[in-house]
Design a binder for this molecule. Structure first.
Ligand code: ASP
Ligand code: MG
Length: 416
């Protein structure tokens, strides 16, 4: 018996039948003696439709009203699940963000949770009631409804688990986190246990299972997290203990992972844009002259490479999110006077492929193996970045699948 947050994503609550299936998962945990809070997403497709309506009403709309509109999807699911649970004889009630309350800052559309007062929910636990909380939403200091950014229900769930001192199971349409995208590599394997750090890298590098912010929160508050499927039979024996193995992927502290791989997973992203500023004077201040204005315009730069200079001139290459590429070019052109370059080149058809694993800290040669394997396939590397547990390379987008497959077998990740 313990305290548990169960989060269900959009495909898991896509219609009333699936909501009934979700209710059976909840019933299993309640019958096992757990105090259960459920966090729900909007039914699949709902949020996209709501966003579409807001845009249709006015392309440049009041962000506060946008949040009022898009937060409504989760309200529907919360009410429906509470009704279905009640029908099954399980006491339950819905909680909207403002009712809990889930307090956030006022960054409408991308708000951050500041605090959750879970005392009301805990009081109802004592009466045997299940809490069904609408994910994705909160309330700002000035009393307006806020939303947490797309995919934000994961973050609602982890934040609630932290406030409740509970563990958190994220139910989705896949049965866990995979060594890479199984659509590209059919032999990709489900990972049994992965560290917070690795999951954070994979999430921010393009693996779409969990919202990046939710992993950050889980890591900071040490919330035991599990990713599992809502489509497995709700009454199948449940052995999802954090210390043992579960039906899904457990995200936990590195110390709790016995069999550590050197490389745990491979991520890729095709949403990259590349800019090369050709022949800029190599003197103090040029980098600031390029990257300062980009930052001021809210464009985040990822990889940066500066060449060795010749005759006091050098080339600087960097990447930005593909959607920001036109804006980035405009900003750089606007600063031509201050920077003093010869030309700007750009490409929208580049991809970033990354290998992630905490084992890299203690293993030499991981990068060398990566570069050798890519070279053997004739794949040219245009830029490289590394962290303690990750190596990313920028390549021609046309080679993404080949690169991912090659690296997956290079590091021995292929299953049967
Ligand atoms: N419904 C929201 C979205 O589609 C939040 C979520 O599902 O996590 O982005
Ligand atoms: Mg999601």
């Amino acid at each position: 018996m313990g305290r548990l947050v169960m989060k269900f994503g959009g495909t898991s609550v896509a219609d009333i039948d699936r909501i009934r299936n979700v209710a059976r998962h909840v019933e299993r945990e309640v019958k096992a003696g757990n105090e259960v809070a459920v966090v729900v997403s909007a039914m699949a497709g709902t949020t996209d439709r709501l966003v579409g309506w807001a845009r249709e009403a006015a392309p440049l709309h009041d962000a506060r009203e946008y949040d009022t509109i898009v937060a409504s999807g989760e309200q529907i699911t919360a009410g429906l699940l509470a009704i279905v649970l009640q029908e099954m004889g399980i006491p339950a009630r819905s909680w909207l963000g403002w009712q809990v309350p889930v307090k956030t800052d006022s960054m409408h559309g991308a708000a951050r949770i500041l605090d959750i007062d879970a005392s009301g929910i805990i009081e109802r636990f004592a009466q045997g009631q299940v809490a069904v909380m609408a994910g994705f939403q909160g309330i700002s200091d000035d009393g307006r409804v806020t939303t947490l950014g797309r995919g934000g229900s994961d973050t609602s769930a982890v934040a609630l688990a932290a406030a409740l001192g509970a563990r958190c199971d994220i139910y989705t349409d896949v049965d866990g986190v995979y060594t890479t995208d199984p659509r590209i590599v059919p032999t990709a394997r489900k990972i049994d246990r992965i560290s917070y750090e690795e999951m954070l890298e994979l999430a921010s590098l393009g693996a779409k299972v969990l919202q990046t912010r939710s992993v950050e929160l889980a890591m900071v508050h040490r919330v035991p997290l599990q990713v599992r499927s809502s489509f497995e039979a709700p009454d199948s024996p449940n052995q999802n203990t954090i210390d043992g193995t579960g039906p899904g992927t457990i995200v936990c502290d590195e110390e709790h992972i016995v069999e550590q791989q050197v490389v745990t997973g491979i991520a890729y992203s095709k949403d990259e844009g590349k800019v090369t500023v050709v022949r800029v004077p190599d003197r103090p201040g040029v980098s600031a002259a390029i990257f300062g204005p980009l930052a001021e315009n809210g464009i985040s730069v990822d990889m940066i490479v500066q060449n060795v200079s010749e005759d006091g001139l050098t080339d600087i290459t960097f990447t930005v999110p593909q959607k920001d590429l036109p804006r980035a070019l405009k900003v750089i052109e606007g600063c031509k006077g201050e920077i003093g370059y010869e030309a700007v080149r750009s490409s929208g058809s580049v991809a970033k492929v990354s290998v992630v694993g905490v084992g890299m800290r203690s293993h030499a040669g991981v990068a060398a193996d990566m570069f050798k394997a890519l070279a053997a396939r004739g794949i040219n590397i245009e830029a490289i970045t590394t962290s303690e547990i990750k190596i990313s390379v920028l390549i021609d987008a046309a080679y993404t699948e080949l690169a991912v497959r090659t690296l997956h077998s290079t590091y021995g990740l292929d299953g049967e």
